[in-house]
Design a protein. Structure first.
Length: 360
């Protein structure tokens, strides 16, 4: 398995390591509940150096990326980022990713760790019409630290001359100095809280991590990362998105630009799906008497199996069991009564509004 520059630190600080996306990553440091609360109430730090980064440069880059993803990278201003699915011709999802516009002719794509090799092959296979576009996979030399929580700005501000209060959501500053380390500093997040990301050279990552932890950032593992993103109803590839689940079925319609945009891979299939009407949809569930996990079966009021849980957990913030599930469209209305098979027992479930949690 691969490691990050911070793996040995995780090992020596009670991090419970597991395999994730081909990497050794910490699931927790002793308590998922405590780590979750640290991000909701104060500030946590995540080692997400397993994510992949591709640089895209050259003439025609905007048009190439517009064709590759469902959103519109060409509409970005320099210093701005966007979220977008990337689809197969049949509308299924290759991956969901972030795209940063570095300049008129340079972008950075940030992809999921488990999809780095697949995504790299995909983007290379679809650039023949843009011979002047150059792609570079900088995943191995790039590390990523995410600082998340209501106190994230207070933690970082003394370490940089960048006025963090003026850095807008989904914007970034390249070459920002953070505690003496050059970083691409962005403000996106995957927890439902305010937060910042620091893309740094891998050789600088450990020292910066230690400085931030010394200043009070609580190390957070994958376990709390999952409960946090699920409360905020943020999708995880392989769960709410996959080769067989389209962005429209996942509720990501706002990121699929079917109007005022040139052709893109998967457009015909997604237009057809939208015009004909969805037959299934990801919904939020509140569950009584059991905790659902991905893969658990969902039944309707008659006991017929109608869907499947894509993600589930006990919500540390809401103090109840929640889940996302893929169900028939006619059962997706708020208030619909369903059931989830939790270890052989039918646990009552109700379709509720998402996100489950939204910060004040």
């Amino acid at each position: 398995m691969k490691t990050t520059p911070i793996t040995k630190w995780h090992q020596s600080h009670d991090g419970k390591l597991v395999e994730f996306g081909g990497f050794q990553m910490p699931i927790d440091y002793g308590s998922i509940m405590n780590e979750h609360a640290a991000v909701r109430d104060k500030v946590g730090i995540f080692d997400v150096s397993h994510m992949g980064e591709f640089l895209v440069r050259g003439l025609g880059t905007s048009e190439y990326l517009d064709n590759l993803v469902t959103n519109t990278p060409s509409g970005l201003e320099t210093g701005q980022a966007l979220y977008s699915p990337m689809c197969y011709p049949d509308g299924g999802t290759v991956d969901d990713l972030l795209i940063y516009r570095m300049s008129d002719a340079e972008f950075m794509m940030v992809v999921n760790a488990s999809n780095i090799d697949k995504d790299w092959a995909w983007v290379m296979d679809h650039k023949s019409a843009w011979p002047l576009v150059d792609l570079t996979n900088v995943s191995d030399e790039t590390s990523l630290l995410a600082i998340q929580g209501p106190k994230a700005r207070d933690l970082l501000q003394p370490l940089t001359t960048i006025n963090l209060s003026e850095l807008a959501y989904y914007h970034f500053v390249p070459g920002a100095m953070i505690a003496g380390v050059s970083a691409l500093l962005s403000r996106t997040g995957y927890t439902g809280e305010d937060g910042f990301e620091l893309y740094v050279a891998s050789s600088e990552a450990l020292a910066l991590w230690e400085k931030l932890v010394d200043r009070g950032a609580v190390p957070i593992g994958l376990g709390a990362r999952d409960t946090l993103r699920l409360e905020a109803r943020l999708p995880l590839y392989g769960h709410e998105l996959s080769e067989s689940i389209t962005p429209l079925e996942a509720g990501l319609g706002p990121f699929v630009r079917l109007k005022n945009k040139a052709d893109f891979i998967g457009r015909d299939a997604l237009e057809r799906q939208k015009s004909q009407g969805l037959t299934r949809k990801i919904v939020g569930l509140e569950i009584q008497g059991g905790i659902a996990r991905a893969g658990y079966q969902v039944s309707d009021a008659t006991g017929k199996i109608v869907g499947i849980v894509t993600s589930g957990t006990f919500s540390p913030t809401l103090k109840t069991a929640i889940a996302l599930a893929l169900v028939p469209f006619e059962l997706a209305s708020i208030g619909t009564r369903l059931a989830v098979n939790v270890r052989g027992r039918e646990a009552p479930a109700t379709v509720i509004k998402t996100p489950f949690y939204k910060r004040g």
